[in-house]
Design a protein around this ligand. Structure first.
Ligand code: ZN
Length: 134
């Protein structure tokens, strides 16, 4: 794994949280994107070399809606950038980690993504991401 690519934060209301993070970070989101397959709306901020991804649910029974119900707003996942997502998946499987998807799927921000179950990572949902066409 190369570095933390971004932190994902689950929010109830994207409009409110966009203005909150604009005030907090002093910049506007550089990208806003819906990932329909996941029932989620995303908004990306840059803070120096780091990125924050806000996630709001677009469907009442999507993964973010369920997370908000159970845990409320807050840090949802930590995403790590990898060079070869398929190889990392195989390595993590060998190490006994439980992956949430069998194959990489298209996530926001032009990335292939795979999630590692929080049960196998001290309660933290881990995302692996690889830039598409790299
Ligand atoms: Zn993410």
């Amino acid at each position: 794994m190369k570095k933390i690519e971004h932190l994902g934060i689950a929010v109830k209301n994207m409009e409110d949280s966009n203005s909150l993070f604009e005030k907090l970070l002093g910049v506007s989101p550089y990208k806003q994107e819906e990932v329909a397959s996941e029932g989620v709306n995303t908004s990306f901020f840059k803070s120096g070399p780091n990125k924050i991804e806000l996630l709001a649910s677009t469907s009442p029974d999507g993964p973010i809606a369920k997370f908000l119900e159970k845990k409320g707003e807050g840090i949802h996942h930590v995403a790590f950038e990898v060079d070869d997502i398929v190889e990392e998946m195989a390595r993590l499987k060998r190490e006994g980690f439980m992956l949430l998807n069998e194959k990489p799927k298209k996530g926001a921000d032009n990335k292939w993504v795979v999630f590692v179950h929080p049960k196998s990572a001290n309660g933290v949902l881990i995302e692996l991401c690889q830039e598409i066409d790299k």
